[in-house]
Write a protein that binds this ligand. Structure first.
Ligand SMILES: *Cc1c(COP(=O)(O)O)cnc(C)c1O
Length: 217
């Protein structure tokens, strides 16, 4: 039963860690079970799927976009999205800025940083993310609230490797907060397989799919 899993899982988390329930590929009925157990933040990675679910499910759900977002799809989610965690280029940031302005909203965003060894994962390089702050381009967006960073670690059982990747992201988060964005308050790192290590390294937002909803097929 999802609701029991979820209650147990939440009870096991340290105070101050926000749970994003990753509901991609899961049907609305399952999301409603989690909702009934009090869960309000859900993460999706595909815009089409997100739009369908958003139209169907209760209006007080906070939807987070967690997967790579194509610029031509920003317009569709801009009116309602609660947070975009996967901002991975300046180009995308500018599009979000434009669409948020049209909706007269400020959209909370996390910048995704590439911390894994795998090339396939998207995100800013450490160098590029620092340079958009050094140049002032990131801070000048008026309709984006920059809340922090998101990262996906390498898919591995090597705990030393995971600790290193999470530590590096946490250090980058602190550096940007200290030098450029004092309002940075969200460090999103950790998934079902590695969230304990992520929390140990300072994560305060974890994105959990299979550990709550069961394996995806
Ligand atoms: C699917 C996904 C998750 C959740 O993965 P689990 O291993 O099922 O917990 C977290 N973050 C992102 C970006 C994802 O795409």
């Amino acid at each position: 039963m999802i609701s029991e899993n979820l209650r147990e899982f939440k009870a096991s988390l340290p105070a101050g860690v926000t749970l994003v329930a990753v509901s991609k590929t899961k049907p609305p009925e399952l999301i409603m079970q989690a909702y009934s157990a009090g869960q309000r933040i859900f993460g999706e990675n595909r815009v089409q799927e997100l739009l369908k679910k958003q139209a169907l499910l209760p209006g007080d759900i906070a939807w987070h976009q967690i997967g790579h977002l194509q610029t031509n799809k920003v317009k569709q989610i801009a009116p309602f999205i609660d947070m975009i965690q996967s901002v991975d280029s300046l180009h995308l940031m500018k599009e979000i800025e434009k669409r948020a302005e049209q909706c007269q909203r400020k959209i909370p965003c996390l910048l995704q940083v590439h911390i894994a060894k795998e090339e396939s994962k998207s995100g800013f390089s450490r160098h590029d993310i620092l340079s958009i702050f050094q140049s002032g381009e990131a801070q000048k967006m008026q309709h984006i609230t920059l809340r922090g960073l998101m990262g996906i670690a390498t898919l591995t059982d090597d705990k030393a490797q995971l600790r290193q990747e999470f530590s590096e992201l946490a250090a980058l988060f602190k550096k940007i907060r200290n030098s450029y964005v004092p309002a940075f308050d969200t460090l999103s790192m950790g998934m079902s397989g590695d969230y304990k290590l992520a929390i140990e390294k300072g994560s305060n937002m974890i994105r959990i799919g299979s550990a709550v909803f069961g394996e995806r097929r």
